[in-house]
Design a protein around this ligand. Sequence first.
Ligand code: PLP
Length: 440
Amino acid sequence: MERRRFLHSTAASTFLLRGFQLKAADDTPALLGGAPVRRDKWPSWPVFNQTEENGLLDVLRSGLWGRGGGHRVEEFERSYAKLLGSAHCLATANGTSALITSLGAFGVGAGDEVIIPPYTFVATLNAVLLHYALPVFVDTDVETFQINHRRIEAAITPATKLIMPVQLGGGMAEMDEILEIANARKIPVLEDACQSHLAEWRGKRAGTLGKAGCFSFQASKNLNSGEGGAIVSDDGDFIERCYAFHNNGRGRKATNYNFSYASNGANLRLTEFQAAILLAQMRRVEAQSSTREQNARFLTLQLKQIEGITPAVEYSGATRNAYHLYMFRYNPEGFSGLPRSTFIQALNAEGIGCGGGYSPLTEEPFLKARLESAAYKKLYGEKRIAEVMEQNRCPDNVRLCNEAVWFTQTMLLGGRNDMENIVQAIQKIRKHAGALKARS
Ligand SMILES: Cc1ncc(COP(=O)(O)O)c(C=O)c1O
């Protein structure tokens, strides 16, 4: 009896001890040797089923693989225009070619200035440089991660040909202000909505607010065909100019034996294979968007209560966020001075994949080299190049690049438990920030 009691109590204390040890080990940051908050995989991406497979096989067997042969590219264009509430859509090989094509159709070229934000993927800038236009950067609003609309007016010159806000991360730039400034000066607005499928401004979908909007269907995007892109516009003539540009200058009437040209251009066409995937993927895009929104709403409610974490805010006119990215700013002061790089490392170690986002585009050596090239100096004059390089510094954007942390859209396709894991991991890191800092 005595022995039994002893064994029982020993077993109990071992259990308790084990329990305590487990708890203690669980609470230790994974970066310091503890158990990670999660080992589970995040939702897999891309999502597909038999419909994608059937679509691809149908195209394969039809032998009509390119645009013009089959019907799928045009069917996708009609469906995507309808989804967004736009009169016209032209599919392109990718988002970069949607931008290049649009700039071509706007007639942007040497001697023209184009206003762009610095907090964006490099394709926004490359599209401008490929047309030999001068990129004029307008600094970022760090609260929203979008172009700072309050500074656009000051960047306009008689040479400004186009204003190109980016609807970044699934959010929306302040479109009321941007359109007012642009309309007052009769400067067209091209929305780079490559990251913002189904985002809305006062109920109107991203890409449909300006003269035209560009989208990407690259593999990471919320609507995905591996590579792919689209331009939407209510202006039929503009879309016809885009069509010709993306078809090596050949308009819709061009046939195999008709070599007449409407303009210059390049081959930037979408294939029937990509269109088949897009048509299938489009059936899921609304439901996936709603899931992301719900999860992002929960995350924001939780994360904004944590000192040192400031989720990106939205302008009041933004009625829907596509959450291609979930973005927040990290302030080491809320985390005992823990540097952002260690915070990111620690969060990844907890099984919460994240990154620091863009580096400052305006400080890229390739941009400096391009602007200081003989061609650019000849086109714009040394004085204007020097002025623009000075103006392009964008200190707020540099600050944001040092503070940002991103989660990808695929994480937002998870359940409530996945979102709770994110919050738990950040809280755990904050609790042990001092120890993590000592190790970094
Ligand atoms: C803001 C932005 N613009 C343009 C692009 C270019 O799209 P793509 O990669 O399809 O060429 C991207 C893609 O990441 C983007 O995020």
